[in-house]
Design a binder for this molecule. Structure first.
Ligand SMILES: [Zn+2]
Length: 291
């Protein structure tokens, strides 16, 4: 009886395909929703990603909750924007997790602007402008860094990650052509921004950012600086003011009223990288079309 059972079992084991156990997901923590979206694009179903900052939050002043801190400690990988973009991250206890610093692979803008450098203090773009994900072409170097980080953790999934990344970029490249076409009529449009978040976006789509209302990133303008800004707007014929969702509404209203410029609030961050540009291109063309 037992012998029969063993034989049957042996036959069953021989016939059955090698059991495939679902692989445990790689737990990744990112500092922004945009990075989360890009990690998911490369990692697919092999990753479980959490962003420390919500897209509507000011990315430079994030309060990390205890549950997020625990999650960060238990993560296999941390992906960050780097430079002085996340001064709040440097203030957390070191999580001892491998880090992908996406800024390492990107060509930075405004690196020559002389500013006080203090990585643990305010976000002042001291090492160059950190809002680089807003040029959609920069997704390529960013996903290249992410790919490298994921392959290091799970070499067996290398070709899967590479295929995911290629599929994502094929989709993104097509979208980039559509966005460029939608904004083509507005190339050369002069604009002022509140926070200097839009230089990469402007560089890609051909907008001309004349000035930022914040004299230094994160610093509100004094009355004298505001007067200078308004004079400059008039001199250069600036008709567009680009605000962020977390810009000071009183400041935005004041500049719009005094200058007569049209305000458009663009989203600097989103839960879906492609959806973010869809929305910003839609908002921008709607604002400029009406002119
Ligand atoms: Zn900034």
């Amino acid at each position: 009886m037992i012998r029969t059972f063993i034989l049957a079992l042996a036959a069953f084991i021989a016939a059955a395909p090698t059991p495939v156990f679902p692989q445990e997901k790689i737990r990744v923590v990112t500092t922004s929703a945009d990075l989360k979206s890009l990690v998911e694009a490369v990692g697919g179903d092999q990753v479980e990603v959490e962003s420390l900052a919500a897209p509507e939050q000011d990315p430079h002043s994030v309060e990390v909750k205890p549950t997020q801190l625990a999650r960060l400690r238990g993560a296999a990988l941390l992906v960050k924007i780097g430079l002085d973009h996340e001064p709040w991250l440097a203030r957390l206890p070191a999580p001892h997790v491998p880090v992908v610093d996406a800024s390492k692979s990107v060509r930075l803008l405004q690196t020559e602007t002389p500013r006080l450098r203090a990585e643990r203090q305010a976000h002042v773009h001291a090492f160059g402008n950190t809002h680089y994900w807003l040029d959609p072409n920069n997704a390529r170097p960013i996903t290249a860094s992410i790919l490298e980080g994921l392959i290091e953790l799970r070499p067996g999934s290398k070709s899967l990650f590479e295929a995911n990344r290629e599929a994502f970029h094929a989709r993104l490249d097509e979208k980039i052509r559509a966005w460029e076409a939608a904004l083509k009529p507005y190339r050369g449009t002069k604009a002022i921004v509140v926070h200097d978040s839009w230089i990469y976006f402007a560089d890609h789509f051909g907008l001309d950012i004349v000035a930022a209302a914040e004299p230094s990133p994160g610093v509100p303008p004094s009355p004298a600086e505001l007067a200078m800004l308004l004079a400059r707007m008039q001199e250069s014929g600036v008709r567009l003011l680009i605000a962020d969702p977390h810009s000071n509404p009183a400041l935005v209203r004041y500049i719009a009223e005094k200058s007569g410029a049209k305000t458009v609030t663009l989203l600097p961050s989103g839960t879906d990288y492609i959806g973010l540009f869809d929305e910003d291109v839609r908002r921008l063309s709607a604002a400029l079309k009406a002119d």
